[in-house]
Design a protein around this ligand. Sequence first.
Ligand code: SF4
Ligand code: SF4
Length: 617
Amino acid sequence: MRRAKPNDRAVDVPRRVRNEVEIVLGQRKLLQRLVPGLAHAFVFWGFLVLLPTILMAMIAAVDKHAELPWLGRQTWFGWMVDLFVVLVLAGVASAVFIRKAVRPARFQGSHRGEADFILLMIAGVVATLLCWHAAAHAAGLNDHVGPLSAALAKAFPSHGLEERVFVWAHLAFVLGFLRYLPHSKHLHIATAAINVWMARTSRPGRLEPLRFDVPDDELRFGVATIFDLTKKEVMDGFSCTECGRCQDACPAWATGKVLSPKLLIMGVRDQVLAQSGEPILGNGVPEQMIWDCVTCGACVEACPVSIEHIDHIVDLRRSRVMVDSQFPAEAEPMLRDVERAGNPWGKPQTERAAWAESLGVRVLEPGDQAPEYLYWVGCAASFDERAKKSAESTAKLLQRAGVDFAILGPREACTGDPARRMGNEYVFQAYAAQNVATLKEQRVRKIVASCPHCFNTLANEYGDFGGDYEVVHHTELLAELVRDGRLEPKPGAKPITYHDSCYLARHNDVRMEPRELVAAVGRPVEMKRSGKKTFCCGAGGAHMWMEEKGKQINVERAREAIGTGAETLAVACPFCTVMLDDGVRETGSELRVADVSTLLAESLTSAADAPLPESSG
Ligand code: SF4
Ligand code: SF4
């Protein structure tokens, strides 16, 4: 830990305190799954409440007539001990039932024997505590016990021998547990609270930048060996409980890929514990794992101890790409086109605003006055035929509502997001600097972005390079225009299911506005995996340009949408449009895939002066 690289995680103390209260004390993330969450919460809360009894037992072991000052004479505490012994035993019994009878797949790959032993130890600690209290009460040594201990005392003789046996048995379990702790996954008892404290407080979609303007000995090019890990990354490994919640939520794992975020973190931890100087990839972590990731963030959202899997994966990619020049061959054209042409489609920048020519959209020229909103179109909506429809619809809607907006046209370059998620931080930072300079030259303050990936980069990442803007997603602005009566959609009754983009809903918490728009034009039908629990379309993390082997994520998601019985699958991301349209076609279904903006444009009560675009489905 001493040799680990520093993280800038000391700021925003009030938020960190709140995380401790909510995530650690309140067990908020664990309680996302009620039964296993309650089982763990009972054990954890019991651990906190029963902590003083260890001291009490130590005192009593030396002198059976001595007691902990004040607390040792409180009857209410005796009742608390009884109550939490029962709750802990109930928690342990539920955990055993889940592990042995239910046997969820999320435990695949975890150290199950170790978990069984720990559950046995916990049961031993509280059972001997209860018996010690009961035996002490029977021997007239403790009058401050709860009703359960008092009832149990009737089973014990009054000569006090059992009191000696159980106080020492209790301490033996406690000391045995403490001895075992540092070598087991239960080390998280000591590390989880620290890990939650160190967790990022910025939006989860932001990647921490690599700094290339520092002295050579501070330069960092991602992670190759454990000695490149940051303090947070080391602490992540020590905090993993092997609960498998991340694995369960991971779309790569769900579609049979090599990647399991749990096994990845366990692999990093094993390398740290072994103090191995070997490369992490190929030793603790299989190489393919890092390329399977779509950076959807489902693992981070699910993890009860705030482990940040994406940081590990991107850091491992960074080293592979920037130091070793090794990455999947099919990503090479994308990286080359971003670098050479300014967009991953490899199209000439002069064609970037072709979609807007017939619409009369203002293209900003150097020296022009800044509009109220700069419309950041993004590469996908500029160059992909299916994704272009959402740009056309959005522009027409903004025109209809009288919003003052303009686009950068050929001077808008790729934000660098796909290169960054792929691991090429150099290229990303070059585009960040170029785009921030262009936006500064045009004095842009407010941006509306259609692509959630651009939205995330502009809102959360360009700030690290001097670009601070008020950024909204097009669904947020359109919902506001509908609320203000500046756009008046015609209500419809057709069933529409909305797919949350990971970079919109999970990474940036934009969930309600797209739904407002869907509800304004049709009858919303929710998929089971929605909102922050959405299932990726398969395009994130530069996977839009990578070949997916085996079962496909987009087809899996398309099937879920088809299963709702909806006639339309609404999306709010150009990548989702393309991926899910492909996924639906693969199934042979007639389900229509359309951006929310297109659905809104179609539903306007008056065609007035803005002809509607063709539908995307
Ligand atoms: S970000 Fe998504 S794909 Fe990547 S490991 Fe996490 S859950 Fe899996
Ligand atoms: S990384 Fe988090 S969610 Fe995944 S197994 Fe470890 S503790 Fe559980």
